[in-house]
Design a protein around this ligand. Structure first.
Ligand code: ZN
Length: 110
């Protein structure tokens, strides 16, 4: 899950309000401590998440475990593996893996 709720970077308070804009991005000010900042745009937050996915993939974690940890869809992770397959040195990019089909749609173990 990606939450769009903003928090103060200085004190962690959620009592913040818009306070003008800078560089095309909204500025926010904390009511609690007065800390003022531009909050991380969604694209940057997503890039950070993807960086975490790449890191976990490097540690040979399963797609499902990565999906659980990062909250990113397993399908998205799978497509990232395809895109970055040429980049990974050790990964068998062109090996035709025809393993047993696992239930994709079913939400089983929880
Ligand atoms: Zn604050």
């Amino acid at each position: 899950m990606v939450f769009t709720q903003h928090f103060c970077a200085a004190c962690g308070s959620e009592h913040i309000r818009r306070n003008g804009s800078a560089g095309g991005h909204a500025k926010y000010q904390c009511k609690g401590c007065g800390h003022q900042a531009r909050f991380t745009p969604a694209a940057v937050a997503k890039a950070l998440q993807y960086a975490q996915v790449d890191e976990l993939l490097g540690e040979r974690n399963s797609q499902r475990s990565i999906a659980r940890v990062t909250g990113i869809s397993r399908v998205t992770i799978a497509s990232r593996i395809k895109k970055s397959a040429s980049g990974f040195a050790g990964a068998p990019a062109l090996a035709p893996q025809k393993g047993p089909e696992k239930g994709v749609g079913s939400a089983g173990a929880g």
